[in-house]
Structures are given as C-alpha cells and as structure tokens.
Design a protein around this ligand. Sequence first.
Ligand code: G6P
Length: 605
Amino acid sequence: MCGIVGAVAQRNIVPVLIEGLRRLEYRGYDSCGVAVLADGGPRRARSVARVADLDAQTRDTHLEGGTGVAHTRWATHGAPVTDNAHPIFSKDELALVHNGIIENYESLREMLRGKGYVFVSQTDTEVVAHLVHSLYRGDLFAAVRETVTHLDGAYAIAVEHKDHPHTVVGARQGSPLVVGLGEGENFLASDALALGGTTERFIFLEEGDVCELTLERVRIVARDGASVQREVRTVEAYGGGVELGPYRHFMQKEIFEQPRAITDTIPQSDSFDASLFGENAAAVFADIDNLLILACGTSYYSGLTAKYWLESIAKIPTQVEIASEYRYRDSVPNPKTLVVVISQSGETADTLAALKHAQALGHVHTLAVCNVATSAMVRLTSLSFHTHAGREIGVASTKAFTTQLVGLFVLAATLGKLRGTVSAAQELDYVRQLRHLPAALNSVLALEPQIIAWSDAFSRKESALFLGRGLHYPIALEGALKLKEISYIHAEAYPAGELKHGPLALVTDAMPVVAIAPNDALLEKLKSNLQEVKARGGELYVFADSDTRIASEAGMHVIRMPEHYGPLSPILHVVPLQLLAYHTAFARGTDVDKPRNLAKSVTVE
Ligand code: G6P
C-alpha cells in the first residue's frame, strides 16, 4: 500500500528517500516517485516499474536536493500510469505525496476547476495538491492546516513548496505518519521502518496532527489548532533482518523462520499470567464475560481459530468479526466485552477503524495482538500481546499468523486459568506443549520435498477446494487464502460437513480437494466426507496425522504429519498448506512476495 518518505537536510537526500522507498516496497505498490526542491522549483522522477528503476532515473538525470518527498503508490483512483504516480505537482510550484483516500474529492475538484485549476491525473490526490496551492498565502504550514479542514476521508500527506527550500509539511488522519528526528535534518515516513539506518528517534503523529519540518525544528499542531509536544520514542533494530539468505523468496524464508519466531513469542515463564498482556490485565480479565475479536485477512483466520480455543479452554463466549463489516453495522455494545484486535502491522485501516468504532461505542477493555510494538493499534489499546515474528516481507502472511496463534492460545489458557477451567496440571501440560512446538514445526518443515512433489500437479489446476473440521476449519480457510493470493488459483474452503450442501457439485478430477485430517474427535466424520469426494471421482490430497490410519490409494494422496498435537495442532497443520501454496506459485512463476493487486499493509479502506 502507499508509502511516504520525506526529508529536509543539507545534504543530497535522494539516496535516503530511495532507500526509504525500498524499505517500504514490501507493503505492495504499482508505481513510485520522488521530488526534490532544486533550481527554484520541484523536480521529480516517477516510474511505473520498481524503485530500482526510479533510482536509476534519479542517477541518470542527476536529480539531487536536500528537501524532498517520495512515494510508493498502490492505485486506488486512476490506473498505475506515470501521470497518476506521486509526487503530484500543483502549477509546478509545490509537490505532494498522499496515502489514503479523499472521499469528497469530486466536489473539491469541481470547486478547484472553477478556480482555474487544470487536472492532469485521475487521482484524488491532485485535489489536495491544488487545494494547498489555492490556500497558500506565503505560509505553507498554515495552508496545509487549512487544507485538511476541507478533507473527508483518510490521509497522510507530505508537501514541499518552491518558496520554502528547507521545509516539508505533513499531516495525518486515518493513515500512519511518523517524524524521524536527525541532527540538523528531519524526516517523515509512513513507517519507522523506512528510516532504519537513518535515525532511531521518532515521533508517532496522532490523528489530526499537522507538522512542519525544517532543518532544526519540528512543529506539531493538533486537530484543535493547539501546538503540541509529542513523545519522542527510540525505535531500534529496524535496520536489519531483510536479507534473503539461502532462500528464493521472503515467503519461503518466513515459512522456515517459524520455529524461531514461535520460540521468541512463547512466554518465558512456566505459567500463564495476566501480566503477559499488560499491567492492569488481571483487573480487566476479571471484569469481562465475553470477547469480540476484530481483524482482516489472515489475522481474521487466527481470530476464528482462537474462538475454538477460547470457548473450549476458557469457556468464554467469543465472537469473531471481519473488521470492515463490524465498523459499519449496528451492534450492541457490552461493557463486559474484551475487544481484541489482531494485526501483523497494527496499522490496517479497517481494523484500526473498527477498534475506534468499538471505543466510540463505549468499549473500554481492548487488547491488541500485534507484531509491531509501536503501531497505532498497540498505542490505542489498553492491553497488548507482542508477537515476535520479526519483520514479515512477503505479502502473504505466514510467521505472523502462527505467532498470532501462539499469542491467542496463551490468552485462552490465561483466561481459563483465571476462570478456573484450566487446572494446574493442565497449565503445565500446555506450557510443555508450547515449548515443544518449535521442534514439532521443524519436523513438519522437513516434509517440504513431498509437498514439492504435489505442487507440480497443483500448478496445472485452476481451482481447488480445502476441507477442514472444527479447530482446523479456519486452517482450511487460511490454506485456500494462501493458494489464491500467490498462485492465482481459485480456491475456497469448506467445513467438510458442508460438502453435500453445495461444493460436492463441483468435484471432478480437475479440482484437487485438500483435506486436513488431524486425529481428533471429528476424524471418523471427516473420513466419511473424504469417501464422499472419492466416490465422485475427486482427487484428494490429505495431510493426515500419522496415527489416523489414512493411507495413500488411488485418488487419495497422503502426507503424514507428526502425531496429533492436541489443541495446538492448527499451528502445525497450517505449515504444509503454506508450503503447498508457495511451491505451487513458484511452479507457476508468479511474483510470490508481491502478488498482483495485493498490498502488505492495507492502510486505506
Ligand atoms: C493484507 C495482507 C494480509 C494480511 C491483512 C491484514 O491483506 O496482504 O497478509 O493478513 O492485510 O493485515 P494485518 O497487518 O492487519 O494483519
């Protein structure tokens, strides 16, 4: 999704801006650009190829300057063509970059046309550039402050003007923007990650903030017009961890990092304690009688898995809802609800908006399960659990998902202990199982050669069905999502018991049916479902626990998983599905880490 980098410095800042864009590439984009103030006005380079191409252009054209704004664009309004790429100019006097969507851009465009502005792009962004220009009376900061009062929607912007060679002005509302503080130079970015290696001191702007960066100073004005001082935070370790090493793609690397990521996420202590979720978690947990989980994409599926754990282990009623649905429907708030948001990035616009919506409805008990400790969601919730997946680059989430599952399992066990549904012996057993998980995952990862053998057949299919039951139904959903995201094969998932209510009509030998077959209470039911597929000529690919007595035969291919892993089994069973999607996509030659049309961090609605 769109990424912003801006800088004011006394050195040529283009390499820093380009490096910032490179670090934001993982979010997904389809064009990019950079503009610096030079020769009395903004000069820019834009590309509909990769940041590397933009870099080459800036070198070839000697684009250099100390004040600049740069952008990776993920198209919303207007195709990914050069004219729509940011920075967008107004009258060749100012350059602006924007992340988000301006909802009232059509009426603003008409108003600005009436003032003589000519629009050369299809973007909603161009209205913001012209609006700033039309309101400019010599003070860029004032013009941007006035501009934002006319904007509806979500945005983060950065703008520079020819009359102010050492100034960049930024503003945010609904989309992330951070200020990076340097020595005699200052920066803006969508994400602290973009400035790794440049600075470790950051100000996370609040909703409605407008800021002015000069060489020596950062001024921030809040929505109400008051000057404010925001806390300066040190964010370290953002520089490294992005090398591919021996892997072909980040997704493959991240799949294989899961034993390490899970080791880092499992709590150190031998017991489940409320303090794992924050200082006042014990009081909050004592005051709740149900959970509402809100998330998007893969994080939503970890929420669906958690519902099974929370209701079976902690006996606490749990609802799971897609964030973009919850935020727009009438719901009945309950002061005894713990609202849980799950997010890798902690910045997903719909999840963030759903959290704010819940808070506006009066929900005070909120918890974020998140991979970025400094993210907006963590800052907005009273409790949090930090997953230690490390930076995830591949758009298709893998290690973030399994570490979320660890965090949510710990939440279920902690609530169960507090509510008297988890005995001391059971607690010890859960701790033991969690500790053994990385080793069990390593033995699942060792199945890769068998999965590669399957992927060849899959890569020639156009449709696939995933079946799971109970706790493993959300894993079937996640397996289908992985396959469609990166291989572009149509895939959907069903709880196996629903087969005969529709999807059985689709079963032919042209559509592989993937089944997750753990040795749990539903095994015999699942075996009957598999027979229903076989009897209709379907081709089955089964991931079966070794003690299920499901064996390969005509029309049924079986990969044996380690022995049944109890309630934590979903964390093991999702891994071969990740590998199957990865190797199928690789065989089809898709851009695995940056699948078409998708973004890593979805900061617009
Ligand atoms: C995008 C990503 C998915 C991710 C979803 C939610 O769609 O491509 O991989 O699951 O956003 O992101 P979050 O950061 O909130 O977990």
